[in-house]
Write a protein that binds this ligand. Structure first.
Ligand code: CMP
Length: 138
């Protein structure tokens, strides 16, 4: 499981037509797609997904934004997946993301930052399990 991570293409990137370009970058970087779905979060499910941020000042806005449109959720596989994926996407704030990273290329703001990437192996498993049944993430 330590070679897996979880990602979402967020509503801003879906609305801007970047699904294909972002998936191309992910696959070109050597990640294999284990499971993937085009779906959407409700206020309730986004609130549950981001429960760890409940006390943060940006929580309400984050939940509203993440339930504002369609998303793509995926489980990805690669050696050192969590760390390598975070390098591929760049800093949370796109103005601080290195050139060539997904957030540098496709994100507009710290909230509408194009993609999510798990921050640990433990959270990668929790987040993948949130969206995918055992059958789907074989
Ligand atoms: P993500 O990696 O999906 O996890 C938490 C999200 O909160 C983060 O991406 C950002 O999109 C969002 N967010 C909004 N405002 C902030 C902020 N000030 N600091 C950190 N994260 C923020």
């Amino acid at each position: 499981i330590t070679n897996r991570t979880f990602t979402m293409i967020k509503p801003d990137a879906v609305d801007n037509g970047y699904i294909g370009a972002i998936l191309n970058d992910i696959i070109s970087a050597g990640f294999k797609i284990v499971a993937m779905k085009y779906t959407h979060l409700t206020a309730e499910t986004a609130g549950a997904f981001y429960e760890v941020h409940k006390e943060r000042p940006f929580y309400a806005d984050l939940v509203r934004f993440m339930s504002s449109g369609s998303i793509v959720a995926a489980i990805l596989e690669k050696d050192n997946a969590v760390e390598d994926f975070r390098k591929l996407i760049g800093a949370t704030d796109p103005s601080k993301a290195d050139a060539g990273t997904i957030r540098n290329k496709f994100a507009k703001s710290i909230e509408a930052n194009a993609v999510h990437g798990s921050d640990s192996d433990e959270n990668a498993a929790i987040e993948g399990n949130f969206f995918f049944s055992a059958l789907e993430r074989y």
